[in-house]
Design a protein around this ligand. Structure first.
Ligand code: SAM
Length: 311
């Protein structure tokens, strides 16, 4: 039976008429957000932190904290953490501030090991264009982040919001920041070359009757992460058709399609069968990547257990 969509779902995911409005000040919409949307943020953040294990942060800033989804995950993983949760709408545990008016909220001092802005940037689109949003994030990283800290941006996996995040990414890299994950490539994002492409991750976890949570994210650092030339991120779902298996992968040489004919399936390349969106696949250093690279019976592929390079 089709699910009945409530006001918050239509307002943020469907027609998106609520985006940028103070919907969390409305008790019914707040309740719907809490039950329908916030669990998806928790699933997305939990997945990111499983893939990219962090040193336990001491101080975390949650910008656009909403109903506290980020804080619940962070406190669950790091019970000792000091969390500063900021939102322009008041709520339990919230420091009320407008991120458009100040980089550092009044009364907050010092630097943070981790800044998280989950589903906030797209809420600012009526006030800030993509370069403006990039400048805002650059300000957070400059004024609030420890020199070895991380800034995590999560956005909905809609084509427009995801591409806007990639546009923010490219501008931040031009401004000197680096990306730790999901990108293993510090050049201009290849997904922006064609209008129809974007980049997102997925968590295969059941939330509110749906089987998968899609989201786009970016982890920024000041320092250049160490990436092996053989590390490639899987950036598509497996595409299985007509006796072959294809994947898009993105790594130190950009974004490429790899393809293996079913008859070429061997123990050496069987990691391709298990590879899922977001995983890191090791390709042989000698493999010449083209737009459609054939994985042969002798091509040795390996899946990495943890999905991130070292900081
Ligand atoms: C989609 S919700 C995300 C809430 C939470 N981070 C999550 O992912 O579940 C966006 C939040 O950003 C807040 N917000 C929007 N514009 C803001 C601004 N200019 N300053 C501070 N918070 C803002 C909204 O009030 C809302 O709580």
């Amino acid at each position: 039976m089709p699910r009945r969509r409530n006001g918050i779902h239509n307002g943020l995911v469907g027609a998106r008429g609520l985006v940028g409005r103070d919907y969390l000040a409305h008790p019914r919409l707040r309740q719907e957000y809490e039950t329908e949307i916030a669990p998806r943020t928790e699933v997305a953040l939990s997945r990111i932190l499983r893939k990219v294990p962090l040193l336990p942060p001491r101080r975390v800033m949650d910008l656009g904290a909403g109903t506290g989804a980020v804080g619940r995950v962070i406190h669950g993983l790091y019970p000792e953490v000091e969390l500063v949760a900021v939102d322009r709408v008041a709520g339990p545990g919230i420091l009320v501030a407008d991120v458009l008016r100040c980089v550092r909220p009044a009364g907050v001092s010092g630097l943070f090991d981790l800044i998280v802005a989950a589903n906030l940037l797209n809420e600012l689109e009526r006030h800030l264009d993509v370069p403006g949003r990039a400048a805002l994030v650059a300000g957070w990283c400059r004024e609030l982040l420890q020199s070895d800290g991380l800034c995590l941006l999560i956005e909905p996996a809609l084509r427009e919001t995801s591409r806007a995040l990639l546009g923010v990414r490219d501008r931040l890299l031009s401004a000197g920041l680096k990306v730790l994950a999901p990108c293993l490539y510090q050049g201009l994002c290849p997904a922006l070359q064609r209008d129809r492409d974007w980049c997102h991750d997925s968590a295969e976890i059941l939330v509110s009757g749906r089987s998968r949570v899609d989201f786009s994210y970016l982890i920024l650092t000041h320092a250049l992460p160490h990436v092996e030339p053989t590390q490639y991120r899987v950036v598509s779902d497996p595409m299985k058709d007509k006796g072959r298996l294809r994947l898009f992968v993105c790594g130190p040489q950009g974004r490429h399609q790899i393809m293996r004919l079913d008859r070429d399936r061997t123990d050496a390349n069987r990691a391709m069968d298990a590879a899922r969106r977001g995983d890191i696949l090791r390709l042989p250093e000698t493999l010449v990547l083209t737009v459609n690279t054939r994985i042969g019976p002798q091509t040795v592929l390996k899946l990495e257990a943890v999905g991130s390079p070292r900081v």
